[in-house]
Design a protein around this ligand. Structure first.
Ligand code: IMP
Length: 430
C-alpha cells in the first residue's frame, strides 16, 4: 500500500484541491480525515467548477471516497453538497462514498453556538460560523451524536436530549433562541436512512485497501498553521490539521503515511484574524490579492496577503513531517521587480528562527527578509522546469534551500494539466 498525505503548509487556501485532483488520477481511494464543511476545495475540470467542502475530491475523477472519523459532519450540508455535485453530473452514492460510523455530527445548534460565541468574542476569531468549533467541543466533551447513533433511536433520543439541555442553558442565559428536542429528533430520524446507507467501519475499508496494496490519498483540510496544537492558537480551527491527523482521523497507523506533501503558495495568505508577520498593507499586498484572486471559496471573505514566510514554512515542515512541497501560484509574482522571503524574526533585539508561542510576542515580530530579483515575465505557459525564467528557478531553488525539502510540484496556471511535476509523490512513496 502507498499512502500520500496532502496538507496545507500555511494558513489554508494554498490550492490543495487542485493538487489533490491531480494526484487522485493515480489514487485508488481518497480520504478526508479532519475538519468539516469549513473547508473549501475548488476544482476546475473541463471548464466546470466543482466547489467541494465535505466530499473527498477524488469523486470528481470517479475515485471512491471515505469520510473518516476525524471529520465533523453536518448531514444537511453534506446532502446539499451531494445534490449540487449530482446536478453537475457527478455520481455520488453509497457505492463510492463511505462515511465512518464514528464521525461526530455538526447540528444546527452548533452553528447557532458558533454565531453566538463569535458575536461575544473579543478579539474575534473570524470563524467560518459553520459550527465546527462547537461540534469538536462536544466530541471532546463526550456529548457528540455520532453517525452510528442514528441507527439506534433510543440512544439518539437520550443523547440529543442531554446535548440540547447542555447548550440551551447557555443560549438562554445569553438571550439567544434555544432549540427544541422534538423537531430536531424528527429531522435526524428523517435523514438517518440516507446517512446510514453510506456509513460503516471505514477503518476496515482502509485496512483492506492497504492489504491489497492500493494507493491511498489522504486529503487534508485547512492547514498546519491552523492546527489546534501547532497553529497560531487561538486563531486556529478546532482540529489537528498536521499530517499525523491523517492516521488518527481515518483509522490507519502512522506507517501508512509514506509521503507528506505540503502545499504552499509562492507567497502567504490568511483569511480571518491572527498573526501574519509578513502581511503587506500596501500596493504589493493589493497586487497579490487581485492577481491571486484571494477571496474565500466558501465565504467570499477577502484574504490577507504577504511575502512567503520560509521561517514558518520550516516550522510546518518540521511538525508535519512534510517530505516535499507543492508550490502554487508562482505566476502571481510575475510582475514584481523584487521578491522577498522571510527567513526569521527579530524580537526585542533577539533573533528567532521559529515563531514564538506567545500572542504578544507574535504580534511584535519583525520579519527579516532576503531580497531576490523578480523575473518580470509571464510564467503561465511554463510546462516544464526549463520553461521558467532563471530568476523564477532561483526563487524556487532558494525556497528549497531555506526549507530543506524539495519542490515536487509547481504551478503557474490554474489548469489541472499545467502542473509541472519535478518529483512524482506516489513514486516517491512507493
Ligand atoms: P473555524 O474552522 O470555522 O472554527 O474557523 C477558525 C479559523 O480557521 C478561522 O480563522 C477560519 O478563517 C479558519 N479556517 C477554517 N477553515 C479554513 C479553510 O478551509 N481555509 C482557510 N481558513 C480556514
Amino acid at each position: 500500500m502507498t499512502g500520500v498525505v496532502v496538507i496545507g503548509a500555511q494558513w489554508g487556501d494554498e490550492g490543495k484541491g487542485r493538487i489533490i485532483d491531480w494526484l487522485s488520477g493515480q489514487a485508488d481511494l481518497v480520504v478526508r480525515y479532519n475538519g468539516g464543511h469549513n473547508a473549501g476545495h475548488t476544482l476546475v475540470v473541463d471548464g466546470r467548477i466543482y466547489k467541494l467542502a465535505l466530499l473527498p475530491s477524488g469523486l470528481v475523477r470517479g475515485k471512491p471516497g471515505v469520510i473518516g472519523n476525524g471529520v465533523v459532519l453536518d448531514p444537511f450540508a453534506l446532502f446539499a453538497e451531494i445534490e449540487r455535485m449530482r446536478a453537475l453530473g457527478l455520481d455520488v452514492g453509497p457505492h463510492n462514498l463511505t462515511i465512518a460510523e464514528t464521525a461526530a455530527l455538526v447540528l444546527p445548534i452548533h452553528r447557532a453556538l458558533d454565531v453566538e460565541q463569535e458575536a461575544r468574542r473579543s478579539p474575534k476569531l473570524d470563524t467560518t460560523l459553520r459550527g465546527i468549533g462547537p461540534a469538536y467541543e462536544d466530541k471532546i466533551g463526550r456529548r457528540a451524536i455520532r453517525v452510528c447513533d442514528l441507527a439506534d433511536p433510543t440512544t439518539l433520543a437520550a443523547k440529543l436530549e442531554a446535548l440540547l439541555a447542555h447548550h440551551n442553558l447557555w443560549l438562554a442565559a445569553v438571550g439567544a433562541p434555544t432549540f427544541e428536542f422534538e423537531p430536531m429528533l424528527a429531522q435526524l430520524m428523517a435523514l438517518a436512512p440516507t446517512l446510514l446507507a453510506h456509513s460503516g467501519p471505514a477503518w476496515q475499508k482502509l485496512h483492506t485497501a492497504q492489504a491489497q496494496g492500493q494507493r491511498i490519498l489522504f486529503e487534508g483540510a485547512q492547514a498546519a498553521l491552523l492546527d489546534v496544537d501547532w497553529g497560531t492558537y487561538p486563531y486556529v480551527t478546532s482540529s489537528n490539521t498536521v499530517a499525523a491527523a491523517a492516521a488518527t482521523g481515518s483509522g490507519v497507523g502512522p506507517n501508512a503515511l509514506q509521503t507528506v506533501l505540503g502545499v504552499c503558495k509562492a507567497y502567504t495568505t490568511r483569511v480571518g484574524a491572527g498573526p501574519l508577520p509578513t502581511e503587506l498593507d500596501d500596493a504589493t499586498g493589493t497586487l497579490l490579492r487581485e492577481r491571486g484572486n484571494e477571496y474565500g471559496t466558501n465565504t467570499g471573505r477577502q484574504r490577507r496577503c504577504g511575502w512567503l514566510d520560509a521561517c514558518l514554512l520550516r516550522q510546518s515542515i518540521a511538525v508535519s513531517g512534510i517530505t516535499a512541497l507543492a508550490l502554487t501560484k508562482l505566476d502571481v509574482l510575475d510582475s514584481l521587480s523584487e521578491i522577498r522571503i522571510c527567513t526569521g524574526y527579530i524580537l526585542n533585539g533577539k533573533h528567532y528562527d521559529y515563531m514564538p508561542a506567545g500572542l504578544t510576542e507574535q504580534a511584535a515580530l519583525q520579519p527579516q527578509y532576503e531580497v531576490l530579483p523578480g523575473w518580470l515575465s509571464p510564467t503561465a505557459q511554463a510546462r516544464q522546469w526549463s520553461d521558467l525564467p532563471p530568476a523564477a528557478q532561483q526563487y524556487v531553488a532558494r525556497i528549497e534551500a531555506l526549507t530543506g525539502v524539495p519542490v515536487a510540484l509547481l504551478s503557474c496556471h490554474p489548469e489541472r494539466d499545467a502542473l509541472i511535476c519535478l518529483r512524482d509523490p506516489f513514486a516517491a512513496a512507493a
